[in-house]
Design a protein around this ligand. Sequence first.
Ligand code: PLP
Length: 405
Amino acid sequence: MLDIDSIRKDFPFLEAGNGKNPLVYFDNASTTQKPIQVLNKLDQFYRESNANVHRGVYRLSQQATESYENARKKIADFINAKEERSIIFTRGTTESINLVAYAWAQQQLKPGDEILITEMEHHSNLVPWQITAKRTGASLKYIPLNDNLELDVTNLENYFTPNTKIFAIIHKSNSLGKINPVQQLIEYAKTVGAITVVDGAQSVPHTAVDVQKLDCDFFACSGHKMLGPTGIGILYGKPELLESMEPFQSGGEMIDTVSMTESTWNDIPWKFEAGTPSIAQAVGLGEAVDYLQNLNMQTVEDHIGELTEYALENIQQINGVKVYNQENNRSGIISFNVEGVHPHDLAQFLDQDEIAIRTGHHCTQPIMKKLGVSATARISFYIYNTKDEIDKLFRCMKSTLNYFN
Ligand code: PLP
């Protein structure tokens, strides 16, 4: 069990009565709050250790490099990557997926090839593949959702063909909370020789991820959704693939030698980290990973699962609520609508009660189309949320809805 009282003390954002912040923060799938340990680390880095990495021979620069590379080590360990050189620092999941699309797919694919995704994707794992298909002449196919809003995995041979060159899939849906059978699908993708990409933006913050067990070729996630700073994310890639690829961006840091007419490339992972990287942010993410590992990821997952079950039981007391992901949902993500009330209006009223919930299409417009709505309300939990906060949400929702009726 998580010691929530003690955890909450680590989050200055949650301090009651500062008059600025919502007291109940339920938009964690979008971004999480940061513990004091991460804030202190960033502050300490900028106050005491700030220097550019991989460049200076002076002590401070070497210390900064050590902290930056140490963060890489922590992240490799967190997702069980075999080698640190598999971990590329990016700005986030979006940039990680774009890196694969531009530096692998757009170099390899040709007319007749197929890119396979799913109908459940966040736009970050959809739009880069649409652009890639247009540029290369490859076709874009997808595994559809069935009536239970799960991926239709019954007849995989309908979707995977010998022409499937890349298969990109969301691990855990940010708008439905569904956890996809990625390991099984990756195994299948391998039978047709496809390269596999997993969007782990929502899975890594909640659950212990093991990239070796998944055996995916690429895995992407964002630091800010797991207690870390914004502007830092991860692309995991199998070393042999990363080595075979051309750079994504170019300039300083990613080169080995440069003449006026040509250049050669640095080793991985630095070949993919052109320019000055997000040094303090990487160090901050390393601290966030330490924080989560101290809590234990199974305990984190259990806490989030328990809150979800509690909220799903209680949301039923509210008249006119339609929950889109009620069954077997322990994901920490609940999407719903209330009859006769636009989700934006609901969120604005709740904001007056100092409760932050998310509304909109959640960067998943195809899912909204499938649901037949333009937007849903979404609540999403993290380690510092409590059942009391859920009670407050439903109390306030009831009085808001009385106003509408
Ligand atoms: N993929 C999923 C499943 C997400 O939930 C998000 C963000 O909400 C992203 C990708 C994009 O992440 P970022 O904006 O950090 O690049």
